[in-house]
Each structure stands twice: as C-alpha cells, then as structure tokens.
Ligand binder design. Sequence first.
Ligand code: G1P
Length: 293
Amino acid sequence: MKELRKAVFPLAGHGTRFLPMTKASPKEMLPLVDKPVVQYTVEEAVASGVSQIIMVTGRGKRAIEDHFDISYELEDVLREKGKMTLLEDVRRISFMAEIVYTRQKESLGLGHAVLCARNLVGNEPFAVALADEVIDGKEPALAQLLDVAREFDAPVIGIQEVSTSDVSHYGIVRGHEIREGLFRVDSLVEKPRVSEAPSRWAVIGRYILTPDIFAILENQSPGVGGEIQLTDALVTLASHRPLYAVKIEGKRYDTGDKAGFLRATVRFGLKNPELGPEFRKFLSDILAHPESE
Ligand code: G1P
C-alpha cells in the first residue's frame, strides 16, 4: 500500500442525539476537559502519520475551522501577558496538519460525505475517522489499522465487540477470523436487527480505504435511513477485493451520545495530571454521600 497521507473527517452531522446542545454548536467542539473532541481525533491521525486532513463540514460548523486557524488577537493577548506555554499550545493546534475543508451540502449519509472528498483525496489510499468517537489507547487507533493495511496491502476497518443489545446501532461484520482479532470480511450489515446480526463485531468509525471505493459510492443507492451508507459500499468492495477488519485496542467513547460524553469527561478528567487527584476525591465523595449533593 502506498504511503497514507490523508484522512477524511466527515463532520456535517446534525448531532441530533445531543440536542439541544447541538442546536447552534457542533458536537465535535464539545470539550473533553480542555480540548474539543475533534482535536483528540486529529491528534490521533497525526500520530498515525497523516499529514493532510480533509474535513467535510456543513452549515453551523464554522467553529471547527476557527479552532484550527490562527487566532491573531488571542495570540497577541497571550504574548503581552507573557503566557508563553499557553501561546505555544494555541499555536500548535494551527500547525498540526494541513487541513482542507469542503462542504457536504445535503445530509445524504456517511457514504455521501466520503464521496464529497473524492477530488481532494485523488488516487491514493486514505483514512476515514469519525471524530466524535474518541479512542484512547496506547497505540493510536489509525496506526493499528495501518499496520494491517500495510501487511496485507488492502483496505481495513476498525472493529470492537459490542453487546447484543447494541448491534442495531452499528455496521456489523460477517467474516472469518484469520488470527486473533483480525478478520477477513465476507460482508457487513448496517444497523441490523438483533435477530439478524451476523456477529457482535461493530465497525467503530475508523477506516483505511482505497480510492476504488469512490466509484462504488457514486453508484450506491440509499440504504438504512434513506442514506448513502459507507457500509453498503464496503460490502461491494469486499466482493471485489480482500477487505480486513481489525480489533482496535483502546477505550472508545462515543462522545456524540450524552452518556458516552459523560463517561469520556469523567475518564479524561481523572487522567488529567493537574485536575485528576482532586476530581477523583470529588467523585468518590459524591458516591459515598450521594444524599448531600
Ligand atoms: C456510522 C456507520 C456505522 C458505524 C458507526 C460507528 O453510523 O454507518 O457503520 O458502526 O458509524 O459509530 P452512525 O453512528 O453515523 O449512524
């Protein structure tokens, strides 16, 4: 597989699971302690070797562009006040990667969002990362996929096992395990009923794809929810060429969901070197004396 340089971030979703918070603010800008969710996923991509990020945004997502841009006024203020560490942190965000933007003008689904990046990706392999799924592991999630993509010179999707009751929220893999945690994909089903799920292995928002997916997406008819599904296009891809699925090591937080966001906030709060110890005490006090709250 050619060097992986680009990652597509589909960001045009409305965040309906997080209303009313997402009425005027992008869900990807929700903070986990002191960084917006999308920054964690950009950092993961950069740590995996990606140098260009193609953000597929939509109306109401301007705050994301501003976050990764330079902020002259803020930088001036920080410089004047001598807050050099903060200044460095703020500037680093603007130079982490080359970021380009395009818009998905209509909400036609994840497959359509990826298709919107076609010309920006060109004829090379690329990653897709769903930014609101934050994965906290020793090795960056996309780097784990990339190891397999290189080994087999093939597209790869990231999976984790979910409970039976959750299979209907995900794309689910039908495949055979060729070694522990690594599957050759026979097929996939987008958001199956529990009774129809071929396994409990769920696609978790990390993909390494080859550019032949675009021709498939272009002709993809709408699937579940009337949307053009990336999962359906992957079914066709898997019938043309080997497609692999690899179990991603790391804790995954679906921050686009209220409960998932709360879990991530607690976890990252506890891990924070400055805030962690006091936050831990606060949480254990609440748990020990819930009635005093
Ligand atoms: C999308 C994909 C689905 C995948 C999921 C991971 O669904 O279509 O296959 O399992 O992301 O979060 P969405 O949650 O955007 O509806």
